[in-house]
Design a protein around this ligand. Structure first.
Ligand SMILES: [Zn+2]
Ligand SMILES: [Zn+2]
Length: 324
């Protein structure tokens, strides 16, 4: 499924099978998760995708072949491809353990063709083995919703009472991880989304309500998954002193101005960007121990546009996954 121009639907196309270059593996795609970032790319909110582009950065595939010097995985092995597809390895960020901020990073399904396809290429150094307990479709959302959410959770710090604003693919995974870590989860959904609130409670949230409500207690930290800027000051207003509020999305509408007093008391606002390979290794080791169970809605690959529109309109619980 190919994006030719922002603002247009994806087009079903027959492409030539890609040939793995040095260090790359060729994958038979088994499943590819749909992410809100894909919607931002489609809508032209992220300005510089490769075009034409095969989107998709939560790829579960089996190794079909390898290019020169690619020896990490055996043929037939199941691997995952995340958003971080390549880094230069020597900029000031890479040199200081922050490859997620690499000046020259290339991202899967953005700078590089991704997994909305039957075949995909990946740099073997940026792939992860997939934990055996997960079927293909259920593993796919771990690769972005899970592991970038995990990085956001780490940035929030030790918060005992944690708020999740927007209870979609990422929050439904992180809720399970947070409860496993002994935290108390407060889930915020769109006003009136009672099904979403019940879903959050079923995954261990102690309280669930509308993003316009104040939680019954102050929060020690919050992650804002929804792309709505007004949620940042709303979350700040719900926090206790010292809390961190982290935006987990790559794009957000403008954050309205707010009085300094809601930031006072060593509260902070921040963002999470991308992932490091270490985040991925840590999270994929942790997920089976929780154990994280992902709720997925599978779509045939050629229905990618429907999956994206359903994501836009909140028509499913958990995560959408494309299956070739
Ligand atoms: Zn993503
Ligand atoms: Zn770098």
């Amino acid at each position: 499924m190919v994006l030719e121009r922002a603002g247009e639907p994806l087009r079903l196309a027959d492409l030539r099978d890609p040939v793995p270059g040095p260090g790359q593996v060729l994958l038979a795609v088994r499943a590819c998760g749909v992410c809100r970032t894909d919607l931002h790319i489609l809508d032209g909110e992220l300005s510089e995708p490769k075009l034409p582009l095969v989107p998709g950065h939560q790829i579960v595939g089996t190794v079909l072949g390898a290019g020169e010097r690619a020896e990490r995985f055996a043929e037939g092995q199941r691997v995952g491809v995340p958003w971080l597809g390549w880094t230069d390895g020597d900029c000031r960020y890479c040199a200081s353990g922050r490859e997620n901020l690499c000046d020259n990073a290339r991202f899967s399904g953005y700078d590089l063709d991704g997994g909305y396809a039957e075949r995909a290429l990946a740099d073997e150094r940026f792939c992860f083995p997939i934990p055996a307990d997960y079927p293909d479709t259920e593993a796919a959302p771990l690769l972005c919703a899970g592991l970038i959410g995990y990085r956001a959770l780490r940035l929030v710090g030790e918060a005992e009472r944690i708020g999740f604003y927007g209870f979609g693919s990422s929050a439904h995974i992180l809720c399970q991880v947070a409860v496993h870590e002994g935290r108390r989860v407060f889930a915020f959904t769109r006003p009136g989304d009672e099904e979403g609130q019940a879903f959050a409670r079923s995954l261990g949230a102690e309280w669930a309500g509308s993003s316009e409500e104040r939680p019954p207690e102050q929060l020690d930290g919050a992650i804002v998954f929804a792309a709505a800027g007004p949620l940042m000051p709303a979350a700040l207003r719900a926090t206790a002193k010292g809390a961190r509020v982290i935006s987990a999305g790559i794009h957000m509408s403008d954050i309205p101005s707010f009085p300094y007093e809601i930031l006072w008391g060593e509260r902070s606002l921040g963002s999470v960007a991308n992932l490091t390979r270490r985040d991925g290794e840590e999270f994929l080791a942790l997920a089976p121990q929780v154990p994280v169970r992902t709720e997925v809605t599978p779509y045939p690959l050629e229905e990618a546009n429907e999956a994206l529109e359903d994501l836009r309109n909140g028509r499913f619980r958990g995560a959408a996954v494309l299956v070739p």
